[in-house]
Ligand binder design. Structure first.
Ligand SMILES: C[S@@+](CC[C@H](N)C(=O)[O-])C[C@H]1O[C@@H](n2cnc3c(N)ncnc32)[C@H](O)[C@@H]1O
Length: 220
């Protein structure tokens, strides 16, 4: 025990703090990752659905060209490569996460989306993992879907990913959010449903991740 603990302690005293922080950060990342190609990917069941089913569907269809992804983190960096043949945008409130975003990146709250884009601009908006992770009350949630509605073209698709667990679900968003009702549920053909609850690896439903698919109705 002494032999195992001592080198760790020793390294902590001799290495500079920023380096220790970087190593710790890297080890934390590795512990929740899987390797795909040359990059690290978050190893959760919902990521698999997002990266292997949802994103490829949009990549493969010409009618979906202008794509917005809301919120960035280290695990969204590889998405730049996925969307290399699209007009791929990212928006993130935290400036330090710009490095994970697209070259077409906006540092701002998603609640101000229409300050940056004209109406009907996007073909697809992926609003995943932000409700309950920053958009945490009814007013902001209403505004967020209003902004999506304004900036999506008629026939454009909204992918809304959220966690159906008490700690990440500020209120029953699907049932109670008014601005969400402007959209129509969209049958996402690869999953044959308008709402997909991702099965967790265990039976605990630790993540409770759900994807809802919507379309902005076509105008007559
Ligand atoms: C759990 S991460 C999810 C990242 C990404 N959306 C994904 O699913 O891979 C949540 C991110 O949303 C960002 N965020 C929270 N509130 C936001 C807002 N109002 N506008 C833009 N980004 C926001 C946070 O800073 C954080 O980086």
């Amino acid at each position: 025990m002494l032999l195992i603990v001592q080198p760790k302690k020793f390294l902590k005293t001799v290495l500079p703090k920023p380096l220790i922080y970087k190593i710790q950060n890297f080890l934390d990342k590795i512990s929740v990752s899987r390797i795909r190609g040359f990059s690290l990917h978050l190893n959760t069941p919902d990521r698999y659905v997002l990266e292997e089913i949802i994103i490829p569907y949009f990549i493969g269809r010409r009618e979906f060209y202008k794509i917005l992804f809301v919120g960035c983190d280290w695990f969204t960096k590889p998405y730049n490569g996925y969307f290399k043949n699209k007009e791929y945008w990212t928006i993130e409130i935290d400036e330090s996460r710009k490095k994970y975003g697209s070259k077409r990146h906006i540092v701002d709250s998603f609640l101000n989306l229409s300050n940056h884009f004209t109406n009907d601009y996007f073909d697809v908006i992926v609003y995943n993992g932000v409700f309950g992770w920053g958009i945490n009350n009814r007013e902001d949630t209403e505004t967020s879907f209003q902004q999506c509605f304004q900036c999506l073209r008629p026939g454009g698709i909204l992918v809304f990913g959220w966690n159906d667990i008490p700690e990440a679900k500020p209120f029953p968003v699907i049932e109670e959010c008014q601005s969400l009702q402007q959209f129509q549920p969209y049958v996402f053909s690869p999953l044959s449903t308008v709402q997909y609850s991702v099965p967790d690896k265990s039976d605990e439903q630790k993540f409770g991740h759900v994807f809802n698919f919507y379309i902005k109705p076509l105008t007559d």
